[in-house]
Design a protein around this ligand. Sequence first.
Ligand SMILES: *Cc1c(COP(=O)(O)O)cnc(C)c1O
Ligand code: SF4
Length: 349
Amino acid sequence: MTHWKKILQNSVSSPSELAQFFDFDCSPLRSVCASFPMRINPYYLGLIRSVNDPLWQQAVPSPRELNDSVCIPDPLAEEDLSPVPNLVHKYPDRVLFLVASECAMYCRFCTRKRKVGTTAMQITEKTIQAGIDYIRENREIREVLLSGGDPLLLEDDRLDSLLTRLRAIPTLEIIRIGTRIPCTLPMRITEDLANILKKHHPLYINTHFNHPRELTLEAMKACTRLADAGIPLGCQTVLLKGINDDPTTLKELFTGLLRMRVKPYYLFQGDLTKGTNHFRTHSSSGIKIMRKLIGSISGMAIPTYALDAPGGKGKIPLTPDYIISRGKTLSFQNYCGKLCTYPENGDPL
Ligand SMILES: *Cc1c(COP(=O)(O)O)cnc(C)c1O
Ligand code: SF4
């Protein structure tokens, strides 16, 4: 068995196992795991320093998951927007295609918590073939976003076969993979995997880091290997209350990602997913953080702060408002709050 599979196999998947590593009362967590699966692999477990630290909170179940009377199982209406199982067609030119049901860790804030890692997520050769057929038959689809679950947990040959079949569709231009593996199980990014991925360009990867302490040497090696295979890397971070919802933490994360050749792409406002309400912040806290970051760090380190609108209405950028008044002159504040004006040319459209 390969190295990364052995690591995955030794994951902690129950509160009592976790209690062998940390001193805490694990009994309240049992019922949580009956509803939402737990998996913390030894690599990520090794990054947790203490009970309730920012990495613990991402990985370890909390009784608050069961006390969520605000949120709903499928806030983005993914099931309603699926013409075939596990394929979400929300925008005209691109689709989200779920090709794996497992992850290297089950993040407590997962937007697809209703099914990831459970029997509710049925991915078979049949659903995969149906998805490929759908993409081939709908020629307006230019881009496929592979997700799950984590697509990079597929075996090398299965992944290669999937990518080869997608690449055989002439109207499909871009393949994008959404994966948390560089953060949660970086040793999965082997030389063999990089060699498979680079056969299928143009291929993009959006990974998912939420905290600067996740930017380890192993993560850096994984990202370097992917970048050296010519794969442009982006990051989709989730704004998480008590974990990364302050400008200092996010500045360190975004600039650190850039040093690892990963471009921060989205900072997501928390979705209304049942079991995750305790992670949600007020949107004003995200806007305040963005206002502090814009201008003070490299523009390349600035993601788009966005909210995925309930009901599958699409991603809405949430931007600090710099404009004070419009007219023959535009007046606005700059990044340090200074008043500025810009004379317009002609009349508004
Ligand atoms: C987020 C998402 C996409 C991709 O949106 P981008 O803004 O292009 O990153 C595509 N399909 C679905 C269903 C999505 O949720
Ligand atoms: S890796 Fe992504 S899909 Fe998997 S549990 Fe975490 S957030 Fe959900």
